[in-house]
Design a binder for this molecule. Structure first.
Ligand code: 5AD
Ligand code: SF4
Length: 478
């Protein structure tokens, strides 16, 4: 997997260096925890939605007196928020559980819980066969956590993997974990109804449901007032966001919601993810165009560039439809950046069909992509209907073709930015030097530049680009 711009982007899995991020710094509850308070330690894997869920979990635990810690050795409760999207993600989790088990042996009474997508898939197996786990909670069951923790303290193992048609955690104000105090996620919907044939998400996260629009606006407003300057609206398919106001019966669609969030404050930047090519409307594109604070960046997973493969994948669009949407994006928002998710070696994919993926990448001119080889997931439509018949070596070689092309394209795309000036939100010190800041442009490219007096994290600056690498733009404040 290759990720040339390792930022926390929703829906898509995080790159390997980000996987397993440990949440510790709790911007909402600073200060030393009192002696005697209980501590929880949480690791999150997978997509940004999981990271966002961990903040909901933290808030629920905070209500019953738990404090976050980055040190698992002092934790009373160790949680792992898991991902099932590819086999490798699940293997990682099993390894981590063995490590937690050693802590448990050293520190009697420590409880271990498995949350998230693997919970639904592996339920009882995790608890009974492996004996490593005290509680298992699926993505819709987090309100039950305090109860299950209490029961587990009495030696009773607990499990709740029920999926809900209503749960959106709308009323829970997430405890911002590991936050720079400037950028945050807001979950706007849960689940997915799309049934792409390769994907396990509809099974692990359940049916699609949209969150109360007013609770989203309230969360964005609160974040702005506390100094945050960027929110990313998260959903598996944000374009199908739809919420009916029970009083007025008015329906809020995604374009309406984007506009409502954009109006919270001109200095609050809006990102969103993930868009679905079958659902992204011109209305959404015009809303982006009309609001300066909605970033000109769209993550538009293509998966494959070949119409036959797309049909097998049950993506419900073909190559022509996808390219028409890309054209519409560049027509309506000329400086928009587009990124994609791509899968190589899906069932029965031929070499020619693989070439179609390479050519659609070029035609779409992605600034970056998240690229994977196909990994069969038990229970999915593809696992039931189509043999996983592309040899691993071929899947990997095709992935390498895609990665090589994307690297070349990203570099060329970045070079075109030399001489241009971008509005950048300062997110922190650059990795290499505390004399330099890093931040992102509206197009979601990482920009590095020398500091100037009186500027701080959370400020906007205009940065002129002088040179580039494949992954970053280097510039100076103007
Ligand atoms: N194998 C490989 N990649 C997958 N994805 C989802 N399911 C699979 C799978 N079974 C990728 C898709 C999706 C992203 C989140 O993960 O590209 O958009
Ligand atoms: Fe999975 Fe498709 Fe839903 Fe994305 S849109 S979560 S790939 S089923």
């Amino acid at each position: 997997m290759y990720d040339n711009n390792p930022t926390l982007d929703p829906h898509k899995p995080l790159d390997e260096s980000q996987q397993g991020s440990v949440y510790f710094k709790n911007a909402d509850a600073p200060g030393d925890p009192e002696k005697g308070t209980r501590h929880f330690y949480i690791e999150s894997y997978g997509c940004a939605m999981n990271f966002s869920d961990s903040e909901i979990v933290a808030s629920i635990l905070g209500e019953v007196g738990f404090q976050p810690t980055r040190d698992m050795e002092i934790a009373d409760l160790i949680l792992i928020n898991t991902c099932s999207i590819r086999e490798k993600a699940e293997q990682n989790v099993r390894q981590r559980l063995r490590i937690f088990d050693q802590v448990k042996k050293r520190r009697k009474g420590t409880l271990v819980g498995v949350l998230g997508c693997m919970a639904e898939r592996l339920k009882a197996k995790l608890m009974e066969e492996e004996k490593l786990v005290d509680m298992v909670l699926g993505p819709d069951a987090y309100r039950d956590l305090p109860k299950l923790v209490a029961e587990a303290s009495q030696g009773e193992k607990g499990i709740n993997v029920l999926l809900s048609r209503e749960e959106t955690y709308a009323d829970i104000s997430p405890m911002r974990l590991d936050s720079n105090g400037v950028v945050a996620f807001i979950s706007i919907m849960r689940g997915c109804d799309n049934m792409c044939s390769f994907c396990v998400v509809p099974f692990t996260r359940g049916r699609e449901r949209s969150r109360n629009a007013f609770s989203i606006i309230a969360e964005a407003t609160d974040l702005y007032q506390r100094g945050y300057r960027e929110v990313t609206l998260l959903g598996q398919n944000v374009d199908s966001y739809k919420w009916e106001n029970p009083d007025s019966k008015e329906v809020v669609n995604f374009a309406n919601l984007l506009e409502m969030v954009a109006l919270v404050h001109p200095d609050l930047r809006i990102r969103f993810s993930t868009s679905h090519p079958k659902d992204i409307t011109d209305e959404v594109l015009y809303t982006i165009k009309n609001h300066e604070n909605i970033c000109n960046y769209i993550h538009l997973p293509v998966q494959s560039g070949n119409s036959r493969v797309l049909k097998l994948m049950n993506r419900t669009y073909d190559r022509e439809w996808y390219l028409e949407r890309v054209k519409a994006i560049y027509r309506i928002i000329p400086d928009c950046a587009i990124s994609a998710d791509i899968i190589t070696g899906f069932c029965s994919e031929t070499e020619e069909e693989h070439q179609d993926t390479l050519s659609i990448m070029k035609e779409s001119d992605y600034t970056m992509s998240y690229m994977f080889y196909y990994s069969e997931r038990p229970g999915t439509l593809a696992a039931r209907k189509y043999p996983d018949d592309i040899p691993l070596a071929v899947k990997k070689r095709r992935l390498q073709d895609v990665v090589d092309l994307q690297m070349e394209m990203s570099h060329a795309n970045n070079k075109r930015d030399i001489g241009k000036t971008f509005k950048v939100l300062i997110e922190g010190n650059s990795k290499k030097s505390d004399q330099q800041f890093k931040g992102r442009s509206g197009q979601n490219k990482m920009v590095i530049f020398d500091k100037k007096e009186n500027l701080k994290v959370g400020d906007y600056v205009q940065v002129k680009i002088n040179s580039v690498t494949r992954a970053t733009l280097l510039g100076e404040i103007v």
